[in-house]
Design a protein around this ligand. Structure first.
Ligand code: 5GP
Ligand code: ZN
Length: 114
């Protein structure tokens, strides 16, 4: 997918509205439009990168650390625990081709995932 057609790039620029939880350090956190848990937040880099696999070719470890730390900081607010998920590619269940970390919390999450 061309980044010009990317939903999450449009959320970054404000072209498509989203509930922004926090923003800074090149990272934005938004509420998922179709939540799968009481807390379901997506943390994404403002700069377009298709997924974590593409990122290993073009990005830096610092970028990954910023993204994961931002996600973990949101998760840590939930004392019962939380889950970070990075779906990648078709078999990984990725539906939006802009790297994002799901932060899920607020209920018991079963394992293994489907
Ligand atoms: P994936 O399946 O790629 O791991 O996750 C994509 C996520 O983006 C899904 O959980 C889906 O609900 C969410 N999503 C898709 N379109 C939009 C949108 O326009 N706004 C927001 N806030 N979330 C979206
Ligand atoms: Zn994008």
């Amino acid at each position: 997918m061309d980044k010009n057609d990317c939903i999450f790039c449009k959320i970054v620029t404000g072209e498509i509205p989203a509930k922004v939880v926090e923003r800074g350090d090149g990272v934005i956190a938004i509420e998922d439009v179709n939540p799968q848990a009481p807390v379901h937040i997506l943390v994404l880099p403002e700069k377009h990168v298709a997924n974590i696999a593409a990122h290993t070719a073009s990005g830096t470890s610092d970028d990954v650390a910023r993204l994961m730390r931002a996600a973990a900081k949101i998760g840590e607010k939930h004392a019962g625990g939380f889950r970070l998920v990075v779906n990648t590619g078709a078999d990984g269940g990725q539906t939006v081709d802009h790297l994002h970390v799901h932060v899920l919390a607020g209920r018991h999450l079963s394992w293994p995932p489907g």
